[in-house]
Design a protein around this ligand. Sequence first.
Ligand code: AR6
Length: 169
Amino acid sequence: MTTLHLVLGDITRQRADAIVNAANSSLLGGGGVDGAIHRRGGPAILEACRALRASSYGGGLPTGHAVATPAGRLDALWVIHTVGPVWQGPDSDPDPLASCYRASLRVADDLGARTIAFPAISTGVYRWPMADAARIAVETVRTLPTEVEEIRFVLFDETAYEAFARHVD
Ligand code: AR6
């Protein structure tokens, strides 16, 4: 059985088997969650990302895909990097965003992770409206078969928390 939890806070302060990073396709860092994860997790994460770029992901990680690295100094075993889509307006296809959650959970299952912490992917620099992103996130993880026992959404502010709370009992 999988339980869903919402937490208001900083994802880099979470303890979980896997922490999900809202990365970009370069895997080489950025702002927002990505910057915070690399800062607190230390250079081991970037080193592992560089190794991925030099091997399986020479062209970068495509949107909607996910890949794991060690978590460095974070209180986690792995960071699962996924690349959200950039909001292109009301006609934006929601599937790549749903795919980030599906792919991340698949990677978590492959790793044997039992707890996973997600940020609100695409809702910062990539501008996806929070209400819509929250609905997509919760509906996607709810309907996916997984061995993960706890899925935690870590929301950075009250607006994000409330948007997710609307979809979680
Ligand atoms: N903990 C939890 N949530 C956070 C944190 C944190 N420490 N910091 C920000 N948020 P973003 P994106 C929230 O921009 O939209 C990067 O430069 C934030 O308020 O991190 O997928 C990457 O390298 C927002 O609600 O990710 C990419 O280039 C949510 O996390 C690009 O940004 C996601 O914001 C990815 O953009």
